[in-house]
Ligand binder design. Structure first.
Ligand SMILES: Nc1nc2c(c(=O)[nH]1)N[C@H]1C(S)=C(S)[C@@H](COP(=O)(O)O)O[C@H]1N2
Ligand SMILES: [Mo]
Length: 337
């Protein structure tokens, strides 16, 4: 992974905008846009959500997704005083190496990913293994909106409103055996639709794999997301199903998941396999443990300001210490980075 310095041309949205101002501006904008373009808004959106996400392009939501939205708990978890990253930035500045290594590649190339039909395999140390069509896989879960900070190990960050359900709810469904100590996630492997798997980035031994300790996966903040900004996930953000673990570096949040396994041993994860001295299994956001090639004490909140990057201090566990610090008592976070 490389650090990219922002170009002067990067668009602006100062992160110092007070939330009240930001929200009222969005509401105003939403009201006018919604008035003009109601027809193009997804039919499932309530008036409030329609106004809030009025600048978000309507997608082709699969019917199972639209059907689940009415029960969604909106704004279940939020980030106070920090503006939500504009949709345009969250969907055009991505890491998804299956579609190329430049930040613009996923938005450009991920259209080739076929997300319907989609199935998810659950296997390993579980009482209820199986292969599920995504619409069946999703049936037990109520969706929630979670507005989280996303901190990439490359030292940039965003604030993204996800729609998903807790990993703990999945674990309850599949019934891990007493041998299960870790959960392992695997991304689709399909060189036909994923140009990055054909040649591009030969360093990666596909498919992309990530994992969590079982108690980390049980933490209420860990979710599986199927949407963002009030609609289904765009392909470049990991449609149709991705992990989101907000207190860890972004590379833990594996996209386009096709297999979920409960395992005894710590899984061998993608970035750890490429460079174990730079990317660890834990990957907890930590301002006091630097990457060997750059500091993690600060980060650039995207999008950048007009004339300068929005630099801010990185927070321990990305600001989620109260919720997750107890998972790591007694663990040397310098060794277990
Ligand atoms: N399968 C897969 N998942 C992935 C990646 C990837 O290259 N392939 N990149 C990771 C990294 S480094 C980050 S920062 C986040 C970015 O998520 P976003 O593009 O939705 O912001 O996705 C993560 N999940
Ligand atoms: Mo990342």
């Amino acid at each position: 992974m490389f650090i990219k310095f922002p170009k002067r041309s990067d668009c602006k949205e100062s992160d110092v905008t007070p939330e009240s101002l930001y929200l009222s501006r969005r509401t105003l904008l939403g009201a006018s846009v919604a008035g003009l373009a109601l027809g193009s808004l997804p039919r499932w959106a309530s008036a409030a959500e329609a106004a809030r996400y009025a600048d978000v392009e309507a997608g082709n939501a699969p019917s199972w997704f639209a059907g689940k939205l009415p029960g969604t708990q909106w704004g279940a978890v939020t980030v106070k005083g920090e503006a939500i990253t504009p949709y345009k930035d969250a969907t055009h500045y991505n890491n998804f190496y299956e579609f190329g290594t430049d930040k613009g590649d996923p938005a450009q190339n991920a259209g080739s990913l076929k997300t319907e039909p989609w199935s998810v395999v659950v296997d390993g140390e579980v009482g209820k293994p199986g292969r599920y069509a995504l619409e069946d896989f999703m049936k037990p879960y109520q969706l929630e909106e979670r507005i989280y900070r996303l901190r990439c190990v490359e030292a940039w960050s965003m604030v993204i409103p996800w729609i998903g359900f807790p990993v703990s709810a999945l674990l309850k469904q599949v019934e891990p055996t007493s041998k299960a100590k870790y959960i392992r996630f695997e991304t689709l492997q399909d060189p036909k639709s994923m140009p990055g798997q054909r040649s591009g980035f030969a360093l990666i031994d596909w498919p992309y794999v990530e994992g969590l300790r079982l108690d980390e996966a049980m933490n209420p903040l860990a979710i599986l997301a199927v949407g963002m900004y009030g609609r289904e996930l765009p392909n470049q953000n990991g449609a149709p199903l991705r992990l989101v673990v907000p207190w860890k570096y972004g590379f833990k949040s594996v996209k386009s998941i096709v297999r979920i396994s409960l395992v005894e041993e710590q899984p061998k994860t993608t970035w750890q396999s490429i460079a174990a001295d730079e990317y660890g299994f834990y990957a907890n956001v930590n301002p006091t443990v630097d990457h060997p090639r750059w500091t993690q004490a600060r980060e650039r909140r995207l999008p950048s300001g007009l004339f300068s990057p929005n630099v801010r201090e990185t927070q321990m566990f990305n600001g989620y210490s109260d919720e997750v610090a107890s998972l790591y008592t007694g663990l040397d976070l310098r060794k277990n980075y």
